[in-house]
Structure formats: C-alpha cells, structure tokens
Design a protein around this ligand. Structure first.
Ligand code: KIV
Length: 293
C-alpha cells in the first residue's frame, strides 16, 4: 500500500543532519537516482529523502557500456536539471571517473563545481582507504561527501566485471575497515553496493553514519535504486537485486508503436489535435490570395 507524503508546506529540506537524525531514530532513508527535471519533480513529489545524480547516467541515459566515459560536463549538465526540479530532497552529485583520483586540487575544484555551478548539496565518490585523504580534503572545504564501497562501478575493469564484493571473510574484513576509515575521514554516509546482507548489516551497526544499500539487504540504514531500474525503463540488463515496480519500457514502446500505426493509417491527428483559423480569418485569407492572383 502506498503512503502519501506530507504536504509540501509541511516538508522541510532534507540535509545531511536529517540523515543522521533518521539513523538515530532508526527511520529508513530513501534515495533514488534521477538525471532530469521531470524525474526530479516526481521523486520530490513522492517524498523521497535524497536524489543521487549518479554516474549510472552513462549507462541508463547516455548508452555507454559502463560509467567510465562519463565526464564532469555530463554530470553538471544533468545535476543542474535535477536541481531545477527538486527542492526538498538532499541532492548528491556523483563525481565521475578521474575527476578526483589524480590531484587534490583537481578533486577539490571538481567537488566545488557540483555545489557552486550545479546546485548539489553534497558529492559522492567511490573507494575506501585509498580515497580517505581526498574525502578529508573535500570535507575540510565544507563539502559533504558520501562514500561508496563494495561494487564500485568505476572499478569495473579492476574487478573483471560487475561482481558482488566482500563475499570472503578477508574481503569482508577489508570492507569493514574501509567503512570505518571513510567515517573517520568525515564522510556523512556510505553507499554499500552488491555486498552480502550480513556484512552490510554489520557495517551499518558498526558505524555512526548511515549506510545506504543497493543490493546489500535490509540491514542498511537506507536504500537506493537507479530510477530506470525501478520503473523498468532500462531493459538491457536487470541486476538480480533490482525490484521493478513498473514496466515503463513496454508502455513507452506500445505508445510509440500506436503513434506510428495511427500516422500510417491517417487516423492521427484528428480535429481534436488540430488548430483551426476562425471562419472569417480563413475567408479573408482566401479573398486576399484571390486578389493577389
Ligand atoms: O551511479 C549511481 O547511480 C550509483 C548508485 C548505483 C548508488 O552510484
């Protein structure tokens, strides 16, 4: 059964503090990705706590095989559209591959652009201990940082594919340590992607900051999904942990096919979808054309 979100007037802007309060009160945090204005409007209207403008953009909107080719300009362009549509959710911009890995200055400048130019409230970046220093520096600049551990898609080549992580005791221990290190570095929250549910629950209990799971079971402090997966818009592949709440790809396909059939059959547009001149204007036009002849 769906619950109605509170009236807009009763809703307050979600901040990183809201995330912490929700964790303290054991209230689940909801997060969805969005990449454009109309989707941002819908996600906001539905009462979702946070929008991630994820670099999954590269796969579900731009048609790349993975997230590696996504640029800062791609991200900022879509973040701006989302910021125009959503007022209440905490807006998190995903730092694309190689926008934070090379130099501190570049990482800081790029993180700053998400807030200054694109209206985001926070940034997200992937990685554990190897990213602790960059997280610390960005946080020190006053920019909230969300971490991302487990299946970090920007490392798809290092992982040898999109594979679940932390399945052995050794790998799981490393993830627990990474989560502690990111918290220590100042991250306000951490996404846990495609890791065993027991491990995600353990990390969530261990940390003071909230975890947001995707393919990480019920024990996380919140849940995030890619919107195209949730609404069944992206049918190239569907990860096993995704629940499709609708099949919009099929609905869109059928609408497009109906359009094609009706145009071919001459049944669209009808008068209902046409614009007409007033009779006197039409007659005046015909007269004027006759006079010209
Ligand atoms: O890019 C993205 O949408 C993400 C989520 C899968 C967490 O990083």
């Amino acid at each position: 059964m769906s619950t109605t979100p509170p009236n807009d007037s009763a809703r307050k802007k979600v901040t990183t503090r809201t995330f912490h309060l929700k964790k303290q009160r054991s209230e689940p945090i909801t997060m969805l990705s969005a990449y454009d204005y109309p989707t941002a409007l819908a996600v906001d209207k539905a009462g979702i706590d946070s929008i991630l403008v994820g670099d999954s953009l590269g796969m579900v909107v731009l048609g790349y095989e993975n997230t590696i080719p996504v640029t800062m300009e791609d991200m900022l362009h879509h973040c701006k559209a989302v910021a125009r549509g959503a007022t209440i959710p905490l807006l998190v911009g995903d730092m694309p591959f190689m926008s934070y890995q090379s130099t501190w200055d570049k990482a800081l400048d790029n993180a700053g652009r998400f807030l200054k130019e694109a209206g985001m409230d926070a940034v997200k970046l992937e990685g554990g201990r190897e990213r602790a220093e960059v997280v610390r520096r960005i946080v020190d600049a006053g920019i909230p940082v969300m971490g991302h551990l487990g299946l970090t898609p920007q490392s798809v080549h290092a992982f040898g594919g999109f594979r679940a992580q932390g399945k052995t005791a050794e790998a799981a221990k490393r993830l627990v340590e990474d989560a502690r290190i990111l918290q220590e570095a100042g991250a306000f929250s951490i996404v846990l992607e495609a890791v065993p549910a027991q491990l995600a629950e353990l990390i969530s209990k261990e940390l003071a900051i909230p975890t947001i799971g995707i393919g990480a079971g019920i024990g996380c402090d919140g849940q995030v999904l890619v919107i195209h997966d949730l609404i069944g818009q992206f049918d190239r592949f569907v990860p096993s942990f995704v629940k499709q709440y609708a099949q919009t790809h099929q609905i869109v396909l059928e609408a497009i096919q109906s359009f094609r059939e009706e145009v071919n059959a001459g049944s669209f547009p009808t008068d209902e979808h046409s614009i007409f001149m007033k009779a006197e204007e039409w007659e005046a036009l015909l007269d004027a054309l006759r006079t010209d002849d």
